[in-house]
Every structure is written in structure tokens, then in C-alpha cells.
Design a protein around this ligand. Structure first.
Ligand code: CTP
Ligand code: CA
Length: 240
């Protein structure tokens, strides 16, 4: 049912959102993880559904409840997230990569719990690169799919922060990139966020701040304005 509180400007659109943070196992009881709570991505999924979209949420270890009105695919590792995204993005109008994906995973996963060794005061973990999921989507044909990436940066200087975001958008082949400053107390678990959205010509398209839900709507305002008019016939081919 249409929510009167929101414009139904994403009605009929298929949107795939990844959220949360991946966990890369070391052994049956340990993993390498990150502090992403999934709040911002979940807010985007919930807001998109409220605006009429058909939403698939690829959820990595969320610390918040699943949003209502979305199809949820639970994953844990970066490789699982990649596989779930590959399946979910077929035919999508919009893909939002809000998940914090581990850049590296342990090279081997021990079948048994790793034991400490007496007399051994140092331990080195060997890690291997995970695939870059967003860059993979950006590099493969995605005609008709708007690709939205995020950049989590600790850079404090606002000018350099934007430069990092611009470089990341280009490197990933994303149409839009949401730059998000993160830190010990900023970005992750907080209910408030502040972002800048960079567009295809490296321009600042919009800024949004406030609750993660209001930031979500700010991001979706930009997305909705950039989607081709789905049902409108091309006026140049219209019969008189
Ligand atoms: N991302 C991804 N797959 C990865 C790593 C990141 O799809 N293996 C996506 C994230 O979901 C996000 C964007 O790429 O949308 C940027 O992630 P971020 O960690 O900020 O950038 P990286 O390219 O990994 O660069 P670095 O961490 O070295 O700054
Ligand atoms: Ca990274």
C-alpha cells in the first residue's frame, strides 16, 4: 500500500542494497570484521520500499533488525556477498553498495580452533585480497542500472575528503558515490550521518545530513531524479 508520507517516485523500480559489514573467518570461533552496523544501508532499503521500490537487501551481519517490506538475503563473508549481489543485480534499476566489505580475508581458514603456543609472543596472519564487488559491477555491462557506491574515509580535511571520493568513484565505475566520513565515534554505530554525493562528472550533486533515515531519503532523491522515465514513451516516436 502506498505510504502517504512519501512520494511513490520509486514505484516499479527494482533496487538492490547491500548493508552491514562482512566477517572473514579465521577458524570456527573467530573472524576479522569491521564496525559497520548496517544502519545506513538498512535505512536506504527501508526508505526505498516506502517510496514504492521493490527492494532486495543483501545483509551482512546486521546489528539492526531487518527492515520491513524488503526481500532479505543474509550473507556473512565478502565472497558470499559477491555471489548474492551477482544474483540479485540482474535486471536491477539501482544498486547501492553500502556494505563495508573486507578488503582482505585470511588466506586459510583453520578447521580447528587456533591454539596459542607457549613461548610464541608474536603471530602473523596471512591475508589475501577479496574481489572488489562494486568495481566488478562497474566494469561489467550494466546498461540501465544506476550504480551507487560509498566511500568510508577517515580523512578530516573536507577538500581532501572529496578528492578521495572522486578518485574512488572513477576507480569503481560508479555513477554516484556517497562520501562518508568515519572514525572511532563517527559514521558506524551512530544514528546520525553526514554525506556528500558525487556525480558522474565529479561534481558535488548533493549533501545530506541528519538521521540515517533522512540521509537515506536524501540519497534516494538524487537516485530518483536520475532514473530514466520508466513508462513514458519516447516523445520523438509518438504518433501525432
Ligand atoms: N567495496 C566492494 N568490494 C570490496 C571493497 C569495497 O564492493 N572488496 C565497495 C564498498 O561497498 C563501497 C566502495 O566499494 O561501496 C568503497 O569502499 P571503501 O572501503 O571505502 O573503498 P576501497 O576501494 O576498498 O578503498 P580503501 O578501503 O583502500 O580506502
Ligand atoms: Ca575498503
Amino acid at each position: 500500500a502506498a505510504s502517504p508520507a512519501h512520494p511513490q517516485d520509486l514505484a516499479g523500480r527494482r533496487i538492490v542494497v547491500s548493508a552491514g559489514g562482512t566477517r572473514e573467518p579465521l577458524d570456527p570461533v573467530r573472524f576479522l570484521g569491521n564496525r559497520s552496523s548496517g544502519r545506513q544501508g538498512v535505512a536506504i532499503a527501508e526508505a526505498a520500499a516506502a517510496r514504492g521500490a521493490e527492494v532486495t537487501l543483501v545483509a551482512a551481519n546486521l546489528e539492526v533488525p531487518d527492515p520491513g517490506g524488503c526481500r532479505v538475503r543474509a550473507v556473512s563473508t565478502a565472497l558470499e556477498l559477491r555471489d548474492a549481489m551477482t544474483e540479485a543485480v540482474a535486471g536491477a534499476d539501482v544498486v547501492v553498495m553500502a556494505a563495508a566489505v573486507a578488503d582482505y580475508r585470511p588466506a586459510t581458514v583453520s578447521e580447528a580452533k587456533i591454539k596459542k603456543v607457549d613461548g610464541r609472543d608474536h603471530m602473523t596472519l596471512e591475508l589475501v585480497r577479496n574481489p572488489d564487488i562494486l568495481a566488478g559491477l562497474g566494469a561489467s555491462p550494466h546498461d540501465g542500472t544506476l550504480l551507487v557506491g560509498f566511500a568510508a574515509e577517515t580523512e578530516a580535511d573536507p577538500v581532501r575528503l572529496l578528492e578521495l571520493g572522486r578518485a574512488k568513484r572513477r576507480a569503481k565505475g560508479a555513477d554516484l558515490l556517497v562520501v562518508n566520513r568515519v572514525g572511532w565515534t563517527q559514521g558506524f554505530a551512530a544514528d546520525e550521518n553526514a554525506v556528500t554525493i558525487i556525480g558522474p562528472a565529479d561534481e558535488v550533486v548533493a549533501e545530506a545530513s541528519g538521521t540515517k533515515m533522512s540521509v537515506a531519503h536524501g540519497i534516494l532523491d538524487v537516485v530518483a531524479a536520475r532514473l530514466p522515465d520508466g513508462d513514458e514513451p519516447d516523445p520523438t516516436t509518438k504518433e501525432p
